[in-house]
Design a protein around this ligand. Sequence first.
Ligand code: CP
Length: 330
Amino acid sequence: MPTDAVTQTGSPPPTAAPRVALRHLLGLEDLSGDQITGILDLAAQMKAVNARRIKKLPTLRGVTVLTLFVEPSTRTRMSFELAAKRLSADVMSFSAATSSLSKGETLIDTAKNLEAMGPDLIVIRHGAAGAPRLLTQHVGCGVVSGGDGFHEHPTQGLLDAFTLREKLGSLAGRKIAIVGDILHSRVARSNIWGLGKLGADVHVAGPATMLPAGIEDMGCTAHARVEPALEGADAVMMLRVQRERMDGGFFPSAHEFHRFFGLDEERLKLCKPGAPVLHPGPMNRGVEIAPEVADGPQSVILEQVENGVAVRMAVLYLVAATHGLDGRVD
Ligand code: CP
């Protein structure tokens, strides 16, 4: 099925059952390792499409994707919209700042009114954990999370796993360090679930104030110092210090954060030689990551962004196909 899904000819692909059934994508906690692998395999085919001169498939012709972003975004929103267009879907783009949310309309009323215009899939980003799941109870569309509060950012977790798989091959037994503001990071949560299900040995590190209680119950090892997480790591993922979500002093200063947890060239040497450096963006240069590392030879940060388009094409395709929407020509 995925092979047909990436047919470039004008004929629509068949509507056979998708290999991965994905009614909604709300978090990687909900998926098995096999499902994640299936999504990544399809994303690899989508990436091949994106390398063609004509980067377009007819697969979701007649399907409408609504991007409902109630929090700011550059990468996630743009890549979902580009992914939808690459699959020939129509895109409705909702922007909270210029919407009637500012007049007090609720999220559910907003979503129901937008649903009345006929989108088939909704991609939502919201500051409240659980908002995408709440949406599934009020609309008939397939719902894909573009990140919700401190909960999860599942497509970021998938594109990170995709990028790591490209660089390292199988992730089974690989030591992956995730460093920084773990407490406020939905990216960390999706990666702990996702990489763990692919067999990786996930280590998280950050100031004790930024390590949530019980984080190890998710299947990772936690460190309040960065060095044990980095030592011998096959890859390192730095996380943004999310100052906008902090209502208290989690560390004395940005300078101090960089001194004790920031990834500079010296600290990177603790990892295996050539270990890829990831960051979901946006970066605080000079805080969690030194510019010479962000722009250095081991950085795969822009490859993550490139891979995000392919991964989101795969996710949109699979959710649409699970709803019987792929290959529509009527
Ligand atoms: N990685 C990520 O979610 O970036 P944006 O906030 O720009 O979408």
